[in-house]
Design a protein around this ligand. Sequence first.
Ligand code: CO8
Length: 258
Amino acid sequence: MAYETINVEVSDYIATITLNRPDALNALNRQLLSEVGQALEEADASDKVRCIILTGSEKAFAAGADITEMADLTYVEVASKDLFGGIARRFAATRKPIIAAVSGYALGGGCELAMMCDFVIASETAKFGQPEINLGVIAGMGGSQRLTHAVGKAKAMDMNLTGRFMDAAEAERSGLVSRVVPAKKLMEEARGAADKIAAKSALATAAAKEAVNRSFEVPLAEGLLFERRLFHALFATEDQSEGMAAFREKREAQFRDR
Ligand code: CO8
């Protein structure tokens, strides 16, 4: 499908979705979010894709929701319309792992979009923030919830109340991002991680993703039970036999998603 606000490239089982509104620092307007949702659905359905990378430009992953598009909306319009097309639901519905590769600004909805991904790899230039408070509003797509889960109350409160940005080193220390690399190495690092994921059994990566995500929704005992049941279920797969046989035979496993 032809997109106007994103680029999508598929190679070696990795779909790379690049936000592309350079004049507005990749600000998230309705069209862009709808296109990202569509691209996720296509990647999830494609046999040629085993892992997805979401990225922006060197200067900005995304500087937030498009303020020009939001500025004149009324309460009724914001409350009655699904303003950004249920983008969080479209991320949640994606079974394949999604890596956010963040360089430059990831602010407001941009930070929230990165947090909808399964994990975040950041360049040393990355800056995360929830500056909605400066606009007289608050975060609306997870900045008060997912950020608090990721970095804890103290830092989430600080960022949501003062609007200050977190640099990449602080984001890594706080658990918001999994790795930080020099800007020039960002895509190489993200592709390396995606390559590793793509080489696993897709049944196992989907189960691992589901199990970790479950930990945010249910109490520990329920989460542990869910994990155990998925673990048991994977013993019904050929990939479990292959993975363990390959270990014993000291060779690379050849997973077939069966
Ligand atoms: N929306 C629209 N346009 C933007 C945005 C944005 N969020 N951010 C930057 N731009 C535009 C600028 O207006 C400018 O355009 P122009 O050249 O036409 O004037 C261009 O991008 C370049 O930006 P700057 O000149 O400002 O670049 P600087 O390097 O000087 O500054 C900053 C970079 C610090 C990132 C600055 O642009 C900035 O502060 N941007 C706004 C950040 C922000 O407040 N983000 C939060 C937005 S609100 C939000 O995300 C709420 C989400 C929840 C929605 C819930 C729905 C249910």
